[in-house]
Design a protein around this ligand. Structure first.
Ligand code: HEC
Ligand code: HEC
Ligand code: HEC
Ligand code: HEC
Ligand code: HEC
Ligand code: HEC
Length: 382
């Protein structure tokens, strides 16, 4: 259905392989601007530094090297839309036991990969090379007098058309159990409008489900409108259709008109009264893999391994092995800080993923994993 003024000859002469730029022409701008929706997708992926994304930077991967295609169907599941054209996994290239370099950490790292999504360790922060929008309050839009201020990253906190924003750079993900499935709210779905907050997307998973893994997410928060009588979200008409448009919010700054028109367009009734509601979305973090020496490692999660006793809590000391040194490898946040990243508060951090919040009694080295308990298993093995 091309528009009449599209030059199909020019299009035909320019068919070619896709590139980061061609996929990115849409995906870097998800949510209406660079780095707005996906934390890990932005124009910096055109020519990324190796530290920003080791595959697309260090190894110059295109998108379709991972998102393989067949008959124009692009593999890869999204956190928001339920369309499935096949999945992409780290394991399809790296296998279920990706640590094989003969390091003394390989055994435990491979075992962890059964409980932890790879990117928990391999992408410990998001929005690493460019701040991403994490809060979007539509209810504040339309204030003619308010002047946008720049935050510490130089990003605007306000836009009259869109409302109030917050941005984050090198932020710690929210970690949650995920089976790979998501709950989602669609246009017209009834929601509990008396709840303090409503999750528009959230992972389905549990510490008790062997198929669930701890998975990193960017949280996108905001304030959006719900119909106060019908208990569903309202779709506003934003963009003026033409010069005569009499309802678009971005022309008239009148929510009533914009909701009426938007809901007519999606075929749902608008009762005429609305409420602002806090909403949250979970966006899984699939990109921005850091170089291997910048992965999270033992002491960044296990406080129990931080002191004098490290591996020798369980393993016999060996004169030729410096356990302490090995246990203390991992992401060097001081280095990242020296590169200008906003990570000072992460230097020397431990319990990085917050074991208790995930349902553990505490550090699993002391209190046991979700299905096994050391050191009992350790004694049996020896
Ligand atoms: C013309 C715009 C456009 C281009 C170009 C584009 N996409 Fe998309 N893509 C979309 C939209 C829109 C969606 C669904 C909305 C969303 O992201 O939530 C989507 C969804 C996806 C999904 C999730 C699919 C699902 O079934 O859940 C993947 C993966 C994806 N695109 C990868 C790519 C890759 C790789 C390329 C380049 C080969 C590409 N896209 C080019 C617009 C585009
Ligand atoms: C190193 C491999 C790799 C590369 C390179 C890569 N991706 Fe992905 N991407 C993934 C994986 C893994 C997922 C998760 C897909 C799944 O669960 O099926 C994903 C997910 C996505 C999603 C869905 C995200 C969401 O939560 O909604 C989109 C969109 C996407 N990629 C677009 C792109 C685009 C555009 C590029 C190029 C600029 C790209 N990817 C490059 C591995 C990659
Ligand atoms: C508990 C944290 C953790 C998890 C989970 C994890 N990794 Fe790693 N990974 C590391 C660390 C730390 C290194 C650096 C190893 C070293 O210094 O010996 C590493 C190294 C690697 C390397 C480089 C090769 C090597 O053996 O050094 C690859 C490739 C890799 N990981 C892929 C993956 C994939 C794919 C997954 C998911 C299936 C995964 N990792 C899960 C922490 C982790
Ligand atoms: C299309 C295949 C493919 C996919 C999918 C893929 N990788 Fe890789 N990855 C590679 C290749 C090739 C290399 C470079 C050679 C190597 O180190 O094995 C690499 C390198 C790495 C490294 C080492 C980087 C370094 O320091 O040199 C890590 C860590 C890693 N990948 C993790 C991941 C994670 C995590 C995912 C999923 C989000 C993933 N990979 C998805 C192919 C892939
Ligand atoms: C990203 C956080 C994270 C990192 C990094 C990490 N662990 Fe763990 N570790 C966990 C979690 C979560 C469990 C519980 C797994 C379960 O429920 O089975 C665990 C469990 C363990 C256990 C006891 C359970 C078992 O059966 O293995 C040991 C021992 C352990 N880790 C050692 C290590 C060592 C050694 C390293 C460094 C190579 C390391 N961990 C790095 C999160 C981490
Ligand atoms: C809480 C106890 C515990 C801690 C702490 C621990 N390990 Fe282990 N480790 C085990 C157990 C138990 C095994 C036996 C296999 C299993 O159950 O995973 C093991 C197995 C291994 C193996 C594989 C040995 C083989 O024969 O294949 C290596 C290598 C290893 N650990 C290295 C380390 C290093 C290095 C550290 C510190 C960074 C460490 N471990 C910390 C309990 C521990």
């Amino acid at each position: 259905m091309p528009k009449k003024d599209v030059d199909l000859k020019l299009v035909a002469e320019n068919v070619g392989h896709s590139s980061r730029a061609s996929c990115g022409s849409c995906h870097f701008n998800g949510g209406g601007g660079d780095a707005v929706k996906h934390a890990d997708m932005s124009r910096q992926l055109l020519e990324p530094n190796r530290n920003c994304d080791v595959h697309m930077g260090g190894y110059d991967f295109t998108c379709t090297e991972c998102h393989t295609t067949r008959n124009h169907k692009i593999a890869g599941r999204s956190s928001s839309v339920p369309v499935a054209e096949g999945e992409v996994t780290c394991q399809q290239c790296h296998s279920d036991e990706p640590h094989y370099c003969g390091s003394l950490l390989d055994h435990h790292l491979n075992k962890h990969a059964k409980t932890l999504d790879c990117n928990v360790c391999h992408a410990p922060v998001y929005g690493k090379c460019k701040p991403t929008k994490t809060w979007w309050d539509w209810s504040k839009a339309g204030d003619k007098k308010r002047k946008p201020k720049k935050d510490k990253y130089g990003k605007p906190d306000y836009n009259k058309k869109k409302g109030e924003f917050k941005w984050e750079e090198s932020a710690v993900p929210n970690y949650a159990w995920s089976s790979g499935y998501m709950n989602r709210i669609f246009i017209g779905d009834k929601v509990n409008i008396n709840a303090d907050t409503i999750n528009l997307t959230e992972p389905v998973g549990s510490i008790n489900d062997p198929g669930s893994k701890i998975t990193p997410f960017k949280m996108m928060g905001g304030i959006q409108a719900v119909d106060a009588d019908h208990d569903y979200f309202l779709v506003p008409h934003l963009w003026p259709r033409n010069k005569e448009d009499s309802t678009a919010y971005w022309k008239h700054f009148d929510w009533e008109k914009a909701f009426q028109d938007g809901m007519d367009a999606v075929g749902l009734d608008y009762s005429g009264s609305y409420k602002w509601k806090e909403t949250w979305m979970y966006w899984r973090l699939d990109h921005e893999v850091m170089p291997k020496e910048m992965s999270l490692s033992c002491v960044q999660c296990h406080e129990s391994l931080k002191g004098d006793k490290t591996c020798n809590r369980c393993h016999q000391d060996n004169r030729n092995v410096d356990f302490k040194n090995i246990a203390h490898k991992g992401t060097d946040f001081s280095y990242m800080k020296s590169q200008g990243r906003d990570v000072e508060h992460l230097i020397n951090k431990t319990d990085y993923i917050n074991f208790k919040k995930l349902g553990y009694k505490g550090d699993p080295v002391i209190h046991g994993g979700r299905f096994t308990k050391l050191p009992m298993g350790y004694e049996k093995h020896e």
